[in-house]
Write a protein that binds this ligand. Structure first.
Ligand code: NAD
Length: 367
């Protein structure tokens, strides 16, 4: 615990200070000598239901970076579940280490037993650095895991449902910006054509949008561009390109002070989490530039809606119908943003927080 001690020496209120600022209920540090497991489970809120959120394995530079990530991501899950009308709270787990070299079946099973020790207050799922096989190991130790393969009776890959929600959010943004939700003839740049990006490209090209794709993998770009008769653009030239809609579907923080100097789009709507490098600063800069930003945690909630459905007995049609509703909520958020003079991101957070506050008031819970 030398590193943690040093961090705590620098910032003596590191733990409860962060939890108080961000409103977390519980943070669990998990350690196992034998397997080398080092994990943090953050339960941000259980007001609306059990805290659900994936497990990420990442080679964090230090414990403070891991803690920061899990606290931020778990709070994001609370907002995402709340605004999507799900009876779920928000949580997340991080495992510290290199997923390629340090992950073993025993380590994942040990992690599963820690999840189980929370008796359902936290439900886990797959995230960055996790595979279906890892989730099978977790499932051997706990039932509090979701997003399992269809072959095991689960809901399978959530990405097509996520892509459908992003498509709905994009259409709502088009309706607000141009008065019609038709995307035919609109120039859309999709950055990152992975599991979500490719399905989004499929929806867009079927509707007649003029799609340009971008990915760090040239092979992937060429393959997808050919399949959907789309154009492709390499590297960060995308930020100078002529486009109506920018759809970030790769990494977070691509909407930042540098890219905002260059971006010429009218709408930003994509799947990536935490697109705004700084929610307040860049949310405001986007608005001042006259760009309409569809909040990421709202329009990329299809995957969460899909795994939630698994908890209740999976039905893909129902999950898709609920995901379609993202269209209406996105319109509502843009209206709220306009009438209140706040950014769409702030409006979305207010709506999510209000649902939680109403539940607290209704249940007579102590806040
Ligand atoms: P993925 O790993 O399948 O695809 C990501 C793609 O982005 C890959 O093709 C990768 O090569 C490309 N990429 C990586 N860095 C890039 C860069 N700098 N520039 C251009 N391309 C780059 O991931 P995914 O499941 O499609 O998810 C995409 C994003 O959406 C992620 O940010 C993820 O966190 C978020 N998201 C996904 C889901 C889901 O259901 N899969 C749900 C919510 C949010």
């Amino acid at each position: 615990m030398t590193i943690a001690t040093n961090v705590l020496e620098k910032d003596k209120n590191l733990l409860f200070g962060h939890m108080t600022n961000m409103g977390h209920e519980q943070v669990v540090f998990c350690h196992d000598q034998e397997t080398g497991l080092k994990a943090i489970i953050a339960v941000h809120s259980t007001v609306l239901g059990p805290a659900l959120g994936g497990t990420r394995m990442w080679n964090y530079a230090n414990d403070a970076e891991a803690l920061n990530d899990v606290l931020r991501l778990s709070r994001g899950m609370t907002y995402k579940a709340s605004i999507s009308g799900l009876n779920l709270g928000g949580g997340k787990a991080v495992i510290i280490g290199d997923a390629k070299t340090e992950k073993t079946d025993d380590l994942m099973r040990k992690f599963g037993s820690f999840v189980d020790s929370l008796s359902g207050r936290y439900i886990t799922a797959e995230d960055v650095g996790m595979t279906t096989h890892d989730m099978e190991m977790v499932k051997m130790e706990t039932n509090h895991v979701t997003g399992i393969p269809e072959s095991m009776g689960g809901s399978g890959n959530p990405s097509p449902v996520t892509a459908y929600g992003v498509y709905m959010g994009m259409k709502a943004a088009a309706k607000t910006r141009w008065g019609s939700d038709a995307l035919e003839g609109k120039k859309v740049l999709v950055q990152g054509i992975g599991h979500v990006g490719e399905v989004l490209v499929d929806h867009l090209t079927k509707e007649g949008a003029l799609v340009t794709v971008n990915d760090i993998s040239l092979e992937r770009m060429e393959e997808v561009a050919k399949k959907y008769n789309a154009d492709f653009l390499e590297g960060d030239a995308i930020y100078d390109a002529d486009m109506d809609i920018y759809a970030p579907c790769a990494l977070g923080a691509t909407v930042n002070s540098d890219t905002l100097k260059r971006l010429k789009c009218s709408v930003i709507a994509g799947a990536a989490n935490n697109q705004l490098a700084d929610e307040e600063i860049h949310g405001k800069m986007v608005m001042d530039k006259g760009i309409l930003y569809a909040p990421d945690f709202l329009i990329n909630a299809g995957g969460l809606i899909n795994v939630y459905s698994e908890l209740e007995g999976y039905n893909r049609e129902e999950a898709l119908a609920k995901t379609e509703h993202i269209y209406n909520v996105t319109l509502e958020i843009f209206n709220l943003s306009k009438t209140e003079g706040i950014t769409p991101n702030q409006a979305a957070k207010h709506m999510a927080e209000k649902r939680i506050a109403d539940k607290v008031a209704g249940l007579g819970l102590i806040k």
